[in-house]
Ligand binder design. Structure first.
Ligand SMILES: [Ca+2]
Ligand SMILES: [Ca+2]
Ligand SMILES: [Ca+2]
Length: 259
């Protein structure tokens, strides 16, 4: 009995132990299952986090790239726009075209290389109005002469100042002949250099020039012309108030256009 009891007890304990093992195993299995589920859960969460992180990184990259592209675009656009504005702003202040035509009578051609009686000075009226030069004054480096009463120089027309019409006798009819009293323009136009100044009746300086070794008007004057040459404004009537307006020519254009 005791043995039976013992045996029973032993069997009961064996069964209990077996049951405990089963229970333990079940618990372990349950824990293992939970562990697997939790692991899967965390893995899934980790994947989700990875996805979120990747999406975040991707979105951030796109945003940065978009910003860079946008920034670059506006930067280029601004530059182009600025260039356009700069160019547009320059137009109104561009270098003005120099005044190449006088608004009054100009000394247009000078024959100084001849003897005094053969010398002449051509005047040109580049304006749109006739201009009366009667009573005006012509000066060289030494003397002055008053111009006699003559017909006005027509718009675009010419006049020639002379002293001896028997020597200078090829003035075209279209030009006004202005014959001075006396035998020279001033004290004569020196071949190596002289000056000429034209004043109106109010003694206002209308035009002036110098050539050769005379620097009273131009510090660097046009060279004195050779014998049988004249000095001309070229192009005809050019007037920038510099020696560049003047050249020598062997083809005199007495009383007509210098071109
Ligand atoms: Ca002379
Ligand atoms: Ca002189
Ligand atoms: Ca001429």
């Amino acid at each position: 009995m005791k043995k039976d009891f013992f045996c029973h007890s032993e069997r009961s304990r064996g069964i209990s132990y077996h049951l405990l093992l089963k229970l333990h195993s079940g618990i372990r299995s349950l824990h293992a299952l939970r562990l697997v589920r939790m692991t899967k859960y965390f893995i899934s969460k980790i994947h989700l986090y990875h996805y979120i992180i990747l999406i975040f990184i991707y979105t951030t990259t796109l945003t940065v790239a978009s910003y860079q592209v946008t920034h670059s675009y506006f930067s280029d656009s601004a530059s182009s726009t600025q260039n356009a504005f700069t160019a547009a702003a320059v137009f109104p202040t561009s270098t003005p075209t120099p005044t190449t035509t006088s608004s009054n009578i100009v000394i247009n051609e000078v024959n100084s290389s001849a003897s005094s009686s053969a010398e002449w000075v051509e005047l040109y009226n580049p304006t749109s109005s006739d201009i009366n030069v009667s009573g005006w004054t012509i000066l060289d480096n030494y003397f002055s002469d008053i111009l006699p009463t003559v017909s006005p120089i027509p718009s675009g027309g010419y006049a020639v100042i002379i002293t001896d019409n028997s020597v200078v006798n090829a003035i075209p009819i279209s030009a006004i002949t202005i014959k001075l009293n006396g035998n020279a323009i001033g004290n004569g136009l020196a071949n190596d250099g002289d000056s000429l100044t034209l004043l109106d009746t109010s003694s206002t300086k209308i035009d002036e020039m110098s050539y050769g070794n005379n620097i009273s008007v131009f510090l660097i004057p046009p060279s004195n012309p050779n014998i049988n040459q004249t000095l001309i404004r070229f192009p005809n009537g050019a007037d920038t108030n510099t020696a560049n307006d003047w050249i020598s020519t062997s083809s005199a254009t007495l009383g007509i256009n210098n071109n």
